[in-house]
Design a protein around this ligand. Structure first.
Ligand code: OGA
Ligand code: NI
Length: 349
């Protein structure tokens, strides 16, 4: 098998300096001192407790404001039990703590594989590596994929399946709320992204960012937008996520049992640019490793994505994008490196 270590989770603890392939060019470093702390600018925190009660229209309004002003919001009382969250965190930590030879059984460089461990962002196309390992699992419908997931740690399949089932519920209800907040029918977006079979896609990633000896030289993940409809992120107690707001990077520090939700590229298109898929990144630190677990909710490959007719006004707000199939978009997403350019440019009208 591999002669030199491929995963940062296995090399990090022995290093005093980051290897040269992780070092960003001078103009593209995190500038950790320049970051706005969340005490100054706050990503809105929205309580979903009464989403299906008399308070619904107020919550929808909060979502609308957050999506227009930040492209991001945080949610509490989302309905996922604490125990389910604890289990997915624990099994993620156990997975990355396995011996390298055991982990590497899951390693692949094929971005379309239904279960794969990799490192950085896209080892096939990027010039500079990122200080991250990740296990990415396709998870809807679960029965189609569960046998491909790692069987070690022994509880992984069960813990991930339970978490994914709960997260599917959260995704569907948030997308309904976003659809409503745009003035569309409640089921409009879920219907569009389901494609012919009415089956959207869901992936889970377990991101592992080891402590880094020189965090000012590299990224956990460089600035990017997500290829999704929405992304719902669970983070442990270590800060690292930053969101671009008015040209400044704002730290989104973890709040226990709270998810960070962001609008992905597909909502930007469907909303005809009313909501923006906002740049965000993960930085690393020299003290503590960090785990984050995004749930990616995105269209079926055959779904046809384009601005919703109701959000097009031919004179003052024409369609900003041409229609495309999700498959066309997704091929393009993985073939380009993780550059700052959004991959929506080629579909601009
Ligand atoms: C992602 C992502 C942020 C984080 O995986 O797309 O933006 O904090 N992660 O890990
Ligand atoms: Ni992201």
């Amino acid at each position: 098998m591999a002669e030199k270590l491929v995963l940062v989770s296995d090399m990090a603890s022995t290093m005093k300096q980051v290897p040269s392939n992780f070092i960003r060019p001078l103009g593209d470093r995190p500038n950790l001192q320049g970051v706005v702390q969340s005490s100054d600018v706050c990503i809105p925190l929205i309580d979903l407790q009464d989403l299906h009660g008399p308070n619904r229209s107020h919550i929808i309004q909060q979502i609308d404001q957050a999506c227009q002003n930040y492209g991001f919001f945080q949610v509490t009382n989302h309905g996922v039990p604490e125990g389910v969250i604890e289990k997915i965190m624990k099994v993620t930590r156990e997975f990355f703590g396995l011996p390298e030879s055991e982990k590497l059984k899951s390693y692949s460089t094929d971005p379309f594989k239904a279960s794969r461990l990799s490192t950085s962002f896209n080892v096939n196309s990027e010039k500079v590596s990122s200080w991250r390992d990740f296990l990415r699992l396709h998870c809807h419908p679960i029965e189609d994929y569960i046998k491909e997931w790692p069987s070690n740690p022994p509880s992984l399949r069960e813990d991930v399946a339970e978490y994914c089932r709960k997260m599917r519920g959260v995704s569907l209800k948030l997308v309904e709320a976003i659809s409503e907040s745009l003035g569309l029918e409640r089921d409009y977006i879920n219907r569009v992204v389901g494609g012919k079979k009415g089956q959207e896609q869901q992936h889970l990633a377990m991101n592992y960012y080891p402590a880094c000896p020189e965090p000012e030289l590299t990224y956990g993940l460089p600035g990017h937008t997500d290829p999704t409809v929405i992304t719902i992120l669970l983070q442990d107690e270590v800060p690292g996520l930053q969101v671009l707001k008015d040209g400044k990077w704002v730290a989104v520090n973890p709040i226990p049992n709270t998810f960070v939700v962001n609008v992905g590229d597909q909502i930007q298109v469907i909303s005809n640019d009313k909501y923006k898929s906002v740049l965000h990144r993960a930085v690393v630190n020299c003290n503590k490793d960090r785990i984050s677990i995004p749930t990616f909710y995105f269209p079926s490959n055959d779904a046809i994505i384009g601005p919703a007719p109701q959000l097009i006004h031919h004179h003052h707000h024409p369609p900003q994008y041409n229609n495309f199939t999700y498959n066309e978009y997704y091929q393009n997403f993985w073939n380009r490196g993780l550059s700052k350019e959004t991959c929506l440019d080629i579909f601009k009208a």
